[in-house]
Design a protein. Structure first.
Length: 262
């Protein structure tokens, strides 16, 4: 039970939605550097192409991309079909793509709910459903395929910002992940959630520019997350060391949820 075998992801086929930027890029880099074949997917083809160029310079794995606009339901089917054509199987699905909408309570629009819940919750189910045959391809009880859903601490607590649809969508995602764990476990597929705290990303950029010192002051570890933190958690969940974890929601937040506030 040495570390090289317990946490080995070499040769695994990984799909990371939103894998060209932000937290998705951090996760993609971690897998590539440890020998996995990573397919990044987003609607921004240029960003995907540039990300793969840089990712392929990192390590022993390799990166490729499949362009898909997950706001479009038809692109779910196209993405699954293209992945089947190129790889023939899938070992790890990282549902990372997401959106946010901040607006005051009194003017918070219906469109925000439609947009945010569609991408953050509905499409996660639909994509997981579409690639389940690929996840089942080589999965066994001791080596299950993995679904990793990128949630948020804002789905576990009440955030200060007025992001009503986002918080609700992430809370829903956390529970959807547990429901999937029950159903997919029988097919040798695990489903877990990483409830991320603050990381440097496009979604967090403006908030961190204004409030990073205050945010870090409320985190017991005194810092925001790093690429190694989220990539390492994903690699653990995807390796032999994480093969028996199913239905968990892991708060990756430096302790912000448990920090005392007096």
């Amino acid at each position: 039970m040495d570390n090289s075998s317990l946490f080995d992801v070499k040769g695994k086929v990984v799909l990371v939605t939103g894998g060209a930027k932000g937290i998705g890029r951090m996760i993609s880099a971690g897998f590539v550097q440890n020998g996995a074949t990573v397919y990044v997917s987003s609607r921004d083809a240029k960003a995907c192409e540039q990300a793969c160029k840089e990712l392929n310079e990192l390590g022993t794995g390799k990166a490729d991309f499949i362009t898909a606009d997950l706001y479009k339901e038809d692109d779910i089917t196209k993405l699954a079909a293209e992945l089947k054509k190129r790889a023939g199987r899938l070992d790890v699905l990282v549902n990372n793509s997401g959106s946010n909408w901040g607006e005051s309570y009194d003017s918070y629009p219906s469109a925000a709910w439609d947009r945010v819940l569609t991408l953050n919750l509905k499409r996660v189910f639909q994509l997981t459903q579409a690639v389940t045959p690929l996840l089942e391809q080589s999965a066994t009880p001791l080596s299950p395929s993995r679904v990793i859903n990128i949630g948020s601490v804002d789905g576990l607590r009440v955030p200060a910002l007025e992001t009503f649809a986002y918080s609700a969508s992430k809370a829903g995602l956390h529970h959807l992940s547990r429901v999937l764990a029950s159903h997919l476990g029988k097919r040798n597929i695990t489903s877990n959630t990483i409830a991320c705290g603050p990381f440097q990303s496009k979604m967090m950029k403006a908030t961190l520019e204004k409030f990073q010192d205050e945010i870090e002051g409320r985190i017991p570890l005194g810092r925001i997350g790093t690429p190694e933190d989220v990539a390492g958690t994903c690699i653990w969940l995807s390796s032999r060391g994480g093969a028996y974890v199913n239905g968990a929601t892991i708060a990756l937040d430096g302790g912000s949820l448990v920090g005392a506030k007096l």
